[in-house]
Ligand binder design. Structure first.
Ligand code: GAL
Length: 418
């Protein structure tokens, strides 16, 4: 009897201790997530946060957003916070040079190799993507999606009415553009500065082809070469068929012009597919049509949003729980169908995705992959910021030669060209 009581007491002590450890380990307190997914860019992130909150009810999530497509404003605020020693618990950052050439070189991120091992992520994330978030010293973020940059959107019914087909090349576009103009239609809608850079990368990919496009980012093709001057020339001709109020429009407003029948085409990343189907209720195939941007068939220009663990973030354990959630199959298949992106995980459940995203997933498997400039894959922040100035000057003076020389200087200063 005495022995039984002792055993029971010992069992109780062990049980209480285990429960205490479990309670201490359960994430609680706060978690601040920083991104530019605000307003009508928000539903996918909100769904991901709801999933996190269901898993970790003791944590209060602060969804800190700074509006502005492509993070143009958020990235500036982030820089002030990081340099001021006030990092958020985790922040949105593009896989590739935006992460590696900016926050990793500045030693502001924690290595997550152990997390990838623990979660079995080496088996589910594609090697190419792992390479974008890694250096020899570690793995620096968790990718939540893959977006495609080189997509052209249109409304099939409108094109029929205007008597045009989706152009397969820029020459075809330039051939049909005057007839659209004569009918009072803007051939190609455009928004603020970064959306011009977004268009530029598609034009560059088409004009240079994927090998030379890659050469640019590897410093093997000079920015002053006749080919790159040719990209600026073509870009200038295309701009003649865009709306004059572009600098004052957001990417959503440029998409709205196509949906409203004011413009025939828009080139945007596939977050526009999420915006059309989730926010505007315009669905793929029935409502909108899409194609690779002219001259880029067979090439998938990719970018990936990711989140990392900043050194010195206030709520480290809660952030690790966040990273586990966003890297999980459930997290990714909750977020991406609403975002208008695909999951890079090879076990993603495609039945949860719409017909556009299913086609993107197929192309991601079979196409040649290149990286986006406008969304941080191929160039660091220094290059991006200065390239935005080069673009502003080009939009004002349309001088291809001057733009090529200015871009070459920026490439040298940012370390892109050694
Ligand atoms: C991209 C980002 C997308 C989307 C887009 C428009 O840079 O990767 O997820 O938010 O900007 O803001």
């Amino acid at each position: 009897m005495k022995r039984f009581c002792l055993l029971t007491a010992a069992f109780c002590v062990v049980l209480v201790a285990t429960l205490a450890v479990a309670a201490a380990a359960a994430p609680q307190g706060k978690l601040e997530i920083f991104s530019w997914w605000a307003g009508d860019e928000g539903p996918a992130l909100e769904a991901l946060i709801a999933l996190y909150e269901a898993k970790y009810p003791e944590v209060t999530v602060i969804n800190a957003t700074v509006t502005g497509g492509a993070g143009v404003h958020a990235k500036a605020v982030l820089k002030t916070r990081m340099l001021g020693g006030d990092p958020p618990d985790s922040f949105q950052v593009h896989a590739g040079q935006e992460l590696i050439g900016t926050w990793v070189v500045a030693q502001r991120m924690e290595d997550l190799t152990w997390l990838f091992q623990e979660e079995g992520w080496f088996e589910v994330f594609p090697e190419d993507l792992l390479a974008l978030i890694s250096t020899d010293e570690g793995i620096w973020s968790v990718p939540v999606n893959i977006h495609r940059s080189n997509v052209m959107y249109y409304i099939p019914e409108n094109l029929k009415k205007w008597g045009v087909e989706p152009p397969k090349t820029w020459d075809e576009f330039l051939a049909i553009a005057p007839s659209l103009q004569e009918q009072g239609v803007i051939p190609l809608s455009l928004g603020e500065n970064w959306t011009a850079i977004h268009l530029w990368e598609s034009v560059a990919l088409s004009y240079l082809g994927p090998d030379k496009y890659d050469d640019l980012w590897e410093g093997k093709l000079s920015w002053t070469s006749p080919e790159v001057v040719g990209v600026w020339e073509l870009f200038g001709r295309i701009l003649e068929y865009t709306n004059p109020d572009a600098p004052s429009l957001s990417w959503q407003q440029a998409t709205d012009m196509v949906v409203a029948g004011q413009a025939a085409f828009n080139i945007m990343g596939d977050w526009a597919s999420g915006y059309m189907s989730v926010t505007l209720g315009v669905k793929p195939e029935e409502g909108y049509g899409w194609a690779p941007s002219p001259g880029t068939e067979g090439v998938f220009m990719a970018l990936s949003d990711s989140f990392g663990l900043p050194v010195g973030c206030p709520n480290r354990e809660n952030t690790i729980a966040w990273l586990k959630t966003i890297g999980s199959k459930e997290g990714q298949d909750t977020f991406n169908p609403l975002k208008g992106s695909i999951s890079p995980r090879i076990d993603s459940d495609l039945s949860k995705y719409d017909v556009y995203l299913q086609s993107a997933a197929r192309d991601y498997q079979s196409n040649r992959i290149v990286g986006s400039l406008a969304h941080g894959t191929v160039a660091n922040e220094r290059f991006m910021n200065d390239f935005a100035t080069v673009m502003d000057i080009f939009l004002a003076n349309k001088d291809p030669q001057a733009a090529a020389y200015a871009a070459q200087a920026v490439a040298i200063q940012s370390g892109l060209v050694k």
